[in-house]
Design a protein around this ligand. Structure first.
Ligand code: NAP
Ligand code: F7E
Length: 341
């Protein structure tokens, strides 16, 4: 019988790539969708017609228990979150509830539905395997470079703090209940489906608009921040490998190479035959209250134990995104009505 996966955050960037990958692997895929008439859901249905949809919300414990009871998954991928870092200062409590407490609610739903009782005296492992989408933002103000699974956390945003809570809780449920619960500490990963507010997508859309005469400048914040950027399609494969491993362990996933926002802009404008310095305007209002200056992964453990390697280089990723946005806007999509789907 096909293995059954439940994905929270299915309407997001990673949810779509993960669903495609798992369908290719012969899985039966279920996606948790929130809200009434979620606008991203109809677009998701066009792309992923084989995914079965269930309604629920990471803010609602009862809904998650009902969903796990109904779907009876073999694997749960918890990708749902408030994931845009600046929003986590504006809506810190909501971020804590969804990105942090949402992990607790999902783990509790699995624990209850697996019949694992508290204080049972020793680990009683349920059968459901659980993946938590942890983040390199937990490293924040880094204590060493590159960062590996043992590097200390010093989160710099309410988002990073909420992710650290979810990360430690996942470890705690593994240790307390013997659950197969793992965290992937993923560094920034991007694609043509990336939300338009994140810097790579903002840049590729900005380049496409300027190239097509739809805009005259691109306003950016901190050009000196450095990130380890990879391709989302490569990273979802690591999530699947983690849940297929013999033992539940946490892994750092990234390329091991850093670029600055300045280098990103330079590469993206060059991919369209433009000089970035003519168009990029820096804007102090886009700087963050506390910045993460640099992030760079040490993915040795994932390479050695999972056989995982990133395939798409930084330059290929940037070209892929710029080309996709040029096609999108050339096909007449209204940039103000833009959606990554
Ligand atoms: P994304 O595109 O922002 O997607 C977030 C998803 O979370 C959306 O499907 C959204 O659904 C869902 N969601 C939001 N609030 C929810 C709630 N209350 N209940 C249920 N679902 C809710 O994020 P992504 O880039 O695919 O990232 C996936 C996960 O990996 C996130 O947890 C993110 O924090 C983490 N992560 C991402 C990166 C990266 O570089 N992309 C790196 C490290 C970790 P709606 O359509 O309803 O809004
Ligand atoms: O910013 C700088 C900004 O918003 C990257 C999420 O997926 O990855 C993502 O978080 C850098 C920051 O991603 C602009 O200050 C400059 O230093 O694309 P971003 P992020 O904050 O790194 C991690 C791993 C996650 O887990 C998150 O969910 O770029 N930057 N100028 C800018 N950033 C934005 N958004 N917009 C600018 O105009």
């Amino acid at each position: 019988m096909a293995r059954r996966a439940l994905i929270t955050g299915i309407t997001g960037q990673d949810g779509s790539y993960l669903a495609e990958h798992l369908l290719e692997q012969g899985y039966e895929v279920w996606g948790l969708v929130r809200g009434q008439a979620n606008p991203r859901m109809s677009r998701m249905r066009r792309l992923l017609s084989d995914v079965q949809v269930v309604r629920g919300d990471l803010l609602d414990q009862g809904s998650l228990i009902s969903v796990v009871e109904r779907v009876q998954p073999d694997e749960v991928y918890n990708l749902g979150a408030i994931s845009f870092v600046p929003m986590s200062w504006e809506q810190a409590e909501l971020t804590a509830e969804v990105t942090g407490m949402g992990v607790l609610r999902m783990l509790e739903a699995i624990r209850v539905c697996s019949g694992v009782s508290r204080g049972a005296g020793g680990p009683a492992s349920g059968q459901i395997r659980f993946y938590q989408a942890s983040s390199s933002e937990m490293f924040g103000q880094v204590s060493e470079t590159p960062q590996n699974e043992a590097t200390a956390f010093h989160p710099r945003s309410p988002y990073g703090v909420a992710k650290a809570y979810g990360h430690f809780l996942t470890q705690n449920y593994r240790e307390s209940y013997g659950m197969f619960a793992v965290s992937g500490i993923l560094f920034n990963h991007e694609s043509p489906r990336r939300g338009a507010e994140f810097v790579t997508r903002k840049v590729s859309l900005g380049v496409a608009r300027i190239k097509l005469g739809l805009a005259g400048e691109l306003r950016l914040g901190n050009l000196e921040a450095r990130r380890d950027w990879g391709f989302a399609g490569d990273y979802v494969k690591a999530m699947h490998l983690m849940l297929g491993a013999a033992k539940p362990e946490d892994y750092v996933i990234g390329t091991g190479r850093m670029k600055s926002v300045r280098e990103l802009a330079e590469a993206a404008f060059a991919a369209a035959g433009l000089d970035w310095e003519r168009y990029v305007v820096t804007d102090q209002t886009l700087h963050r209250p506390a910045e993460v200056d640099l992030l760079c992964a040490d993915p040795k453990k994932a390479r050695a134990q999972l056989g995982w390697e990133p395939r798409v280089s930084f330059d290929e990723l940037v070209s892929m995104m710029v080309d996709a946005d040029l096609r999108l806007l050339t096909n007449g999509t209204d940039p103000d009505d833009y959606d990554p789907w």
